[in-house]
Design a protein around this ligand. Structure first.
Ligand SMILES: C[S@@+](CC[C@H](N)C(=O)[O-])C[C@H]1O[C@@H](n2cnc3c(N)ncnc32)[C@H](O)[C@@H]1O
Length: 287
């Protein structure tokens, strides 16, 4: 068989993806090649030549990605912290920017024994499962309104248990419901929330408009409706010294901290940038 240089296949894939308007063509081309070869991306330079069947397989994935199918749907997983979760049709794809919110939360509960953690709007379960992995002693609750998302979260939770992690407590519910987790009122160490927050009508790339569920992305009231529910829930659930982190739209770097400050029980309100320097998540403590 006529073996071919992998480097050239990746260059060609990068060109195709660039022409299709993919935001990170080189990264995606390399991740596709790594997926096809079953190696980590960092090990690609150790694979100089590949069989034509590999080139064909890479080509098929690239064709799909050029149609703006999310990379994570093609490879079947997304990463967060030290874990990966399975994702696909019907569930929001976890984003790298949410890593920073997770890091803030893990730092807050560092040194606290048996922390109680609540993940509002859990989607694939990714934040709850990443916390349960990092902190096996934590008692982690998670909720979502969408049965499709919950099916993915259940699947991911079972996979994490099989890998040796502690089970999370997964619930179906609407965080607008003021009695959600009422038994935990005043007992929670950490509330994490990556809600739908994009103002309705905002143009989004095809990966989002055609593949993320709309109710996972857009929220009424200029993108703030579900964030308001999360703030109400956190003010009720958190114990003194407990903390809250909510991701928000990059246009809400002032509006969301103001909403949090309006709740007198929440103190030390700070807004944080994402990896690209845009305002991305707010944190506060329960005074
Ligand atoms: C942006 S996704 C985030 C998923 C996950 N936390 C992550 O970071 O990948 C938002 C999730 O909130 C859920 N959701 C939307 N409105 C909700 C509500 N009122 N109550 C509970 N979950 C809600 C959606 O179904 C979706 O799974």
């Amino acid at each position: 068989m006529n073996r071919q240089p992998l480097r050239l296949a990746i260059l060609e894939a990068t060109r195709i993806l660039e022409r299709a308007g993919v935001a990170s063509p080189r990264t995606d081309a390399e991740l596709i090649a790594a997926h096809v070869l079953g190696v980590e991306r960092g090990r690609l330079p150790l694979v100089p030549l590949v069989d034509p069947t590999v080139i064909d397989a890479i080509g098929q994935f690239v064709t799909q990605r050029a149609k703006r199918v999310p990379l994570q749907h093609l490879i079947g997983w997304a990463a967060m912290g030290d874990i990966t979760v399975d994702v696909g049709a019907g569930v929001f794809v976890p984003r790298p920017e949410t890593e920073l919110l997770l890091e803030w939360g893990l730092k807050l509960i560092d040194g606290r024994k048996f922390p109680v953690v609540v993940d509002l709007c859990t989607g694939s379960g990714v934040l709850a499962l990443a916390v349960a992995h990092a902190r096996p002693d934590a008692v982690v609750y998670a909720v979502d309104i969408d049965s499709n998302a919950l099916a993915w979260a259940r699947h991911n939770a079972e996979a994490r248990i099989a890998a040796g992690d502690t089970a999370i407590r997964l619930y179906s519910g609407d965080i607008a419901d003021g009695s959600m987790f009422a038994e935990l009122d005043g007992l929670v160490d950490l509330v994490l929330c990556n809600p739908p927050y994009v103002p309705e009508g905002t143009p989004v790339p095809p990966e989002v408009s055609d593949h993320d569920p709309a109710h996972a992305v857009f929220a009424p009231e200029g993108g703030l409706a579900v964030i308001r529910y999360a703030i109400d829930a956190a003010a009720r659930l958190l114990r003194r010294g407990g903390g809250l982190a909510i991701e928000h739209d990059d246009t809400h770097g002032t509006a969301v901290p103001e909403l949090v400050r309006a709740r007198r029980v929440l103190t030390d309100v700070q807004d944080h940038p994402d990896l690209t320097g845009r305002p991305r998540f707010v944190t506060a403590l329960r005074g």
